[in-house]
Structure formats: structure tokens, C-alpha cells
Design a protein around this ligand. Structure first.
Ligand code: CA
Length: 222
């Protein structure tokens, strides 16, 4: 899962970046409205955290442009503007959630998790696929009752597949949701990581569709 933080205060931005990366997300940063708008317009984020008071184009304006252009990713406004009128305006401009500064990092993480799982069509923070279980609140994965040891990238990959289980997901889509903007992206590495995941959770859970991608499924009929 990949998150964009649009925030001009470098201290706050870095703090959120570090915390969310530890919580299993790929993170990109933008420090002004222009750059934030561009990234949100061209990269497929699972959640965007958007400050309102930004240099250049303001946050509300950025949000309005995305929504006018049909961009539907979940957006959480994080702002020092904390009156109910400002919250209503933010939500009615197309935000999905609104958190006022100052804020607790745990609350921000919990809200990001909720937006990610709702957007992927899940209600519970614990995702299950057959015997595979992913607890998104603790970033732990289990096969039956056994805790799986995953690298950070394997966790991102499994988390994306678990959120979108039963769907066939292309290598490009996987790459776009587990790598950060400045990472070297090599789709061959996806194959390697998929094969490592298969070794850890069992080969039957991940099917390969030639030329189309991968499907995480508990259904082994086909
Ligand atoms: Ca600001």
C-alpha cells in the first residue's frame, strides 16, 4: 500500500513518513501544492494525506482539481484549520476524512488503515484468505497460528494481495503500489518476491496468469 504525504512542514512530514513506513506503507512526500497535485494526478496512491495551508496551490484547490479530474483515491485532510465549518468544507470538497493538528500519530495511522481497507472493500482490520491471516494493525501475518517472518517488501506485497484477494493483479500494478517514487523499480524482482512468498504461505495461494498477473485466492478448484 502506497501513501502520499503533501505537507510543507518538513518536521511533520518526516515524522509521518517514518511512522507510516514502519507501519508497512510505501511513502512519497511532496512539500508544496504543485508537486502534490502532480504526484496525486500521475501515481496510484492508496491514500493521500493532504495539508491545507501549502505554498503555491492550496490543499483545497489541489483536492478540487483531483476530484474534478475524476481521481477517486481516499484523501485525508490533515490541517491546523479545525473549526467544524472548515471540516465540512474539506469533506464536501471531496475529502474522505479530516484530522486536525495537533494530532496523535496512532490516530493518524488508524485512520489511514481504515481508509485503505474501506477503499479495498474490507470492513475488518484482520484480513483472511484461507489459512493466511494478515493483521493490519500489528503488521503481522500468520499461516494458521504460525507467525510468518516477512521482509518489509514481502509484507507490502502480501498486504496488497490480501487487500485485493481474488483479483488478478498485474506486475505493473504491484510495482506501483509497493515501491516508492525514488526506488529503482524492477518488475523481475516481483517474480522473485512472489516465489519467496509462495515458499512462506504455500504455493497454492498465489496463482499466476500468464501475461496478466497474479491472484491471491483460497479457492484451489481451478
Ligand atoms: Ca502547512
Amino acid at each position: 500500500m502506497r501513501v502520499l504525504i503533501v505537507e510543507d512542514d518538513p518536521g511533520i512530514a518526516r515524522q509521518i513518513e517514518v511512522t507510516l513506513r514502519e507501519a508497512g506503507y510505501a511513502i512519497d512526500l511532496a512539500f508544496d501544492g504543485e508537486e502534490g497535485h502532480f504526484l496525486g494526478d500521475t501515481e496510484p496512491y492508496d491514500v493521500i494525506i493532504l495539508d491545507l495551508g501549502l505554498p503555491g496551490i492550496g490543499g483545497l484547490n489541489v483536492l478540487e482539481r483531483w476530484r474534478n479530474d475524476g481521481r477517486t483515491m481516499p484523501v485525508l485532510i490533515l490541517s491546523a484549520r479545525d473549526t467544524w465549518r472548515e471540516k465540512v468544507t474539506g469533506l464536501r470538497t471531496g475529502a474522505d476524512d479530516y484530522l486536525a493538528k495537533p494530532f496523535e500519530m496512532d490516530e493518524l495511522i488508524a485512520r489511514v488503515e481504515a481508509l485503505v481497507r474501506r477503499d479495498a472493500g474490507h470492513g475488518s482490520p484482520i484480513l483472511k484468505c484461507g489459512g493466511v491471516k494478515l493483521d493490519t494493525t500489528s503488521q503481522k501475518a500468520f499461516l494458521g497460528n504460525t507467525l510468518l517472518t516477512l521482509t518489509a517488501m514481502e509484507y507490502r506485497l502480501l498486504s496488497y494481495l490480501m487487500h485485493h484477494q481474488e483479483k488478478v493483479i498485474s506486475k505493473t500494478e504491484l510495482t506501483e503500489h509497493i515501491y516508492e517514487y525514488n526506488d529503482d523499480r524492477d518488475s523481475n524482482i516481483i517474480e522473485v518476491m512472489i516465489s519467496r512468498l509462495r515458499n512462506k504461505i504455500g504455493a497454492d495461494y498465489i496463482k499466476t496468469y500468464r501475461g496478466r498477473g497474479y491472484q491471491l485466492t483460497a479457492d484451489d478448484d481451478e
